[in-house]
Design a protein around this ligand. Structure first.
Ligand code: 5GP
Length: 169
């Protein structure tokens, strides 16, 4: 594996995103929704940099399994426990690849009539993502490569790595 983004760079970027969220949500009490499993490290690091009052919940979607390519199908494996209606929602993704998952989640959440909905992702594959809405807080734009570490797995391994790596053949 080859290091793509160091732990230091990730940490600096998350602090910058947290500063922006602190400004944008001053006086509000957003609900941060982490998309399992990949976002568990990002959400833990991000919320500890926040000064706004926040609530945290998790939702779980089907993963790639042991593959490196999306099946093109999204399944809900764990539902939300919180009330969305009238609340400011911030959805936290580890990576936006084709954008299928984030589009699915956007529809799901908008049905519940939140006051607002924004998206955070650590990594964004700009060249293959096909969405018609904005990702509000992006950590890093990356090329179309399969990455692991900092929450991201391959066949459930490598999530614990502190940096992000490209998994080479
Ligand atoms: P999308 O629906 O945007 O195609 O993919 C979203 C999900 O696919 C992510 O939350 C993540 O679980 C998985 N995924 C997409 N690209 C990668 C990648 O490069 N590495 C890993 N480990 N997972 C990925």
């Amino acid at each position: 594996m080859k290091e793509l983004i160091s732990a230091e760079k990730i940490s600096k970027r998350i602090k910058a995103i947290a500063r922006k969220i602190n400004r944008d949500y001053k006086g509000k009490q957003p609900i941060f929704i982490g998309v399992l499993n990949g976002s568990f490290i990002l959400i833990a690091d991000l919320v500890r940099e926040l000064k706004v009052d926040c609530e945290i919940d998790f939702i779980k979607l089907s993963s790639y399994g042991d593959e490196k390519i999306s099946s093109g199908e999204v399944k809900l494996l764990k539902e939300l426990n919180c009330q969305i209606k009238g609340r400011d929602i911030v959805l936290i993704e580890d990576i936006v690849d084709t954008g299928l998952s984030v589009s699915y989640l956007r529809k799901l959440i908008l049905k519940e009539k939140p006051a607002s909905l924004r998206f955070v992702t650590l990594l964004y594959k700009k060249d293959i993502c096909k969405i018609d809405f904005e990702i509000d807080y992006i950590g890093f734009e990356i090329e179309n490569e399969f990455v692991i570490g900092y929450g991201l797995d391959f066949a459930q391994k490598y999530r614990n790595l502190k940096a992000v790596y490209v998994l080479q053949e």
